[in-house]
Design a binder for this molecule. Structure first.
Ligand code: ATP
Length: 263
């Protein structure tokens, strides 16, 4: 398969497992560079695993991943995957994002400190900088994790449900930040259950039971029809996954949907 212009990452027939559990099966996809891609699908459909494969932290058991356009990925894990009991402040946690550049043993430069401050401000948590992680609410800790990912100034930013558990303002801020990062030429991939976030993305990959059902613009993988009632229902995270999966089963929307489809 020839990569499309602007493609930064190509997956060809990628499969991944945890022991005997198949988490990804024969996924073939192209991710556009300097764009936002949303991974959508039910719980357990393989979104986090795909992020791990893209980050290089989960080795596929089959297929090939070409990320030759990427120098250094940054992966922001789900909040639940990170202990809240770590004895460090929000500032410490975001500063760790600079280790990718500096190494933990080197002194931070003025630039490092400016980047850390900027990331705290962009996530609206500058005033929490000196609080211990354990003192923060779940949503505040989530923002700290995202700020840490931003501080890495990576060319590939991978985020696992960055808006989970955030209020409306927090979700809006994340969408804004992802757009800003994209404008700087960063390739962004995030797993989401949020219809609004998927709608904002330039590209969506729809997964079900480890297979790629469809890829394309949100409207292309969304059930057809400008029905307002339907649009309203899609605001619910569970319904969005249901509707996307059902519609992709009915309509083979893209060439690659056919490749990944089982049904
Ligand atoms: N550490 C693990 N050990 C064994 N199986 C796992 C592990 N992590 C995930 N799985 C399995 O791999 C499959 C894909 O899981 P994955 O976490 O990638 O899905 P997901 O789409 O990110 O789900 P969610 O929306 O709930 O975050 C599921 O069947 C899951 O049970």
């Amino acid at each position: 398969m020839m990569a499309q212009p602007g493609t930064v990452i190509t997956l060809r027939g990628v499969s991944a497992r945890y022991g005997s559990t198949v988490a990804l099966s024969d996924v073939t996809a192209e991710l556009p560079g300097a764009r936002v891609t949303a991974l959508v699908g039910h719980n357990g459909s393989g979104k986090s695993t795909l992020l791990g494969v893209l980050a290089g932290t989960h080795a596929p058991c089959g297929g090939a991943v070409d990320r030759s356009g990427v120098r250094r990925p940054a992966l922001v894990l789900q909040r639940s995957a990170v202990s809240a009991a770590l004895p460090m402040t929000a500032l410490d946690a975001v500063t760790m994002g600079r280790w990718a550049h500096r190494g933990w043993w080197r002194r931070l430069t003025r630039h490092d400190r400016a980047v850390v401050r900027d990331c705290l401000e962009r996530m609206g948590i500058a005033e929490l900088a000196h609080k211990q992680l354990a003192e923060l609410s779940g949503g505040q800790r989530q923002r700290v994790l995202i700020a840490q990912g931003l501080a890495q100034e990576s060319d590939l930013l991978l985020l696992d449900e960055p808006a989970a558990g955030l209020d409306d303002a927090g979700r809006g801020r994340i969408l804004q930040v992802l757009e800003q990062v994209k404008a700087q030429g960063v390739t962004v991939v995030h797993a989401t259950h949020d219809a609004e976030a998927a709608r904002h993305a330039d590209h969506c990959l729809l997964l079900a039971e480890g297979r790629l059902l469809a890829q394309g613009r949100y409207e292309e993988v969304l059930p057809s029809g400008p029905d307002g009632h339907q649009a309203e229902r899609l605001r619910s995270s569970d319904v969005v996954a249901d509707s996307l999966v059902d519609s992709a089963r009915q309509v083979p929307v893209t060439e690659s949907a056919g490749h990944g489809a089982r049904r």
